[in-house]
Design a protein around this ligand. Structure first.
Ligand SMILES: [Zn+2]
Length: 249
């Protein structure tokens, strides 16, 4: 199973090739995308034909995790004229209504085969996908994606999450944990449900992850210091996400 980071920025980024949350997961010729934040569509489309995606999974409704559904929808409808239902969309139940309001067009996302998230595990193509609620917004989810035959370790993706214990509970020993570490070595402000380097490392350690990949780090946080602290606390392989990073699980 191969993970490719398309975008790893947080709510805003400064620079080029600085798309927000988007992670391509490929296995046995099929592909899914975990989140599709601002600027992600362009980088996704040069790495894989978007109409070949089995599904897009959206963790929560903050724009840095889903707003590039707009260009994806336009591409599928007008670019390649893909039949409705070509790509499935798994997201919080409220997502279609949000996009209807944003676009001013009822049924804006109707070409996607939509499934509202329900916590639990399901088979999807060559994968087992587990959906779990996490602490962030009222409707936020993390995912575990693993080969259906459990031949290799899986991947847990945090979305945005303020509780390391929820990620640890989703991990199986040896999995790769791809987690936000928004605040790095900075204090997490009261009232914001996000992780820092220590929280990301605590989740990886408690869940016996085989590898920790830090992502969604704010521009104000120091990525190298974040990496050092998380690696020291976790004690296992620790990487910083960057666009184009590809890993095999
Ligand atoms: Zn968020």
């Amino acid at each position: 199973m191969r993970l490719t980071v398309i975008g790893c920025a947080a709510a805003y980024a400064i620079g080029t090739d600085a798309a927000s949350s988007c992670y391509l997961v490929e296995h046995e010729g099929e592909a899914i995308v975990l989140d599709i934040g601002q600027g992600a569509f362009a980088g996704l489309a040069v790495r894989r034909a978007p109409e070949s995606l089995t599904a897009v999974f959206v963790s929560h409704l903050h724009p840095d995790h889903c707003v590039d559904l707009v260009p994806l929808r336009h591409y599928l409808r007008y670019g390649v004229e893909a039949p409705p239902g070509t790509v499935a969309l798994h997201a919080p139940a409220e997502l279609p209504v949000r996009f209807d309001g944003f676009s001013g067009e009822p049924g804006f996302l109707a070409d996607f085969a939509f499934t509202a998230h329900q916590p639990g595990a399901r088979l999807l193509g060559p994968w087992h996908v587990t959906v779990a609620r996490v602490t962030h917004t009222d409707s936020s989810f993390a995912f575990r994606v693993a080969p259906a035959d459990d031949a290799v370790a899986g991947l847990v993706y945090s979305g945005d999450c303020g509780d390391p214990g929820e990620l640890a509970a989703l991990l199986r020993p040896g999995d790769t944990l791809l987690t936000e570490a928004s605040f790095g070595t900075l204090p997490v402000p009261d009232g914001l449900a996000h992780l820092d380097a220590a929280g990301a490392a605590a989740a990886a350690r408690a869940g016996e992850a085989g590898r920790l990949v830090l992502t969604h780090i704010l521009p104000e946080a120091d990525p190298e210091a974040t990496h050092r602290l998380a690696a020291e606390r976790f004690g296992g392989e620790t990487l910083l996400a960057r666009p184009g990073l590809t890993l095999e699980t």
